[in-house]
Design a protein. Structure first.
Length: 152
């Protein structure tokens, strides 16, 4: 059973799985207006995904969640299907269109995509509006502390 790990600021923990942040701002795999929840296959990858978006690391005030889901609710996007520029910054309209179309079509509750930070690893996009979202088991949050050495 795959896991999707998510790290959020504690003050946003009640909304960690509603997709509002991605809907408000968009992301690599969605245009604004599309609700998605971004998770990573490992807690360490979730930390790296968070770090690339932070200007400076706050060492406190974060929590992490583990979401567990079955293979039967996952659709997959391969790295090879994306072409060479999919990791660019700002994010390509190609990747935004893939995730947005998948979410709007309600094809599955989870979309497995390669991580732009570490392409050999995977992120899992969760569609909180899909009927199979209820099949995803989300553990209680735990305090997450970034190592103090990250700000050297």
């Amino acid at each position: 059973m795959p896991d999707g790990w998510r790290i959020v600021r504690k003050k946003f923990s009640a909304d960690a799985f509603n997709g509002k942040g991605a809907s408000d701002y968009g992301g690599r795999w969605n245009f604004p207006g599309t609700r998605l929840v971004y998770t990573a296959e490992h807690l360490s990858l979730a930390a790296l995904e968070m770090l690339v978006h932070l200007r400076q690391v706050d060492h406190v005030g974060f929590v992490c969640f583990r979401a567990k889901f079955g293979e039967e609710i996952i659709e997959r996007v391969s790295r090879q299907s994306l072409g060479k520029d999919w990791r660019r910054e700002p994010a390509s309209p190609l990747t935004k269109d893939i995730g947005t179309t998948w979410a709007e079509d309600l094809r599955t509750a989870v979309l497995e995509v390669p991580s732009a930070v570490i392409p050999r690893e995977r992120n899992y996009l969760i569609n909180p509006l899909h009927r199979d979202f209820a099949k995803i088991a989300i553990d209680d949050s735990e305090v997450f502390l970034f190592d103090n050495r990250l700000n050297r």
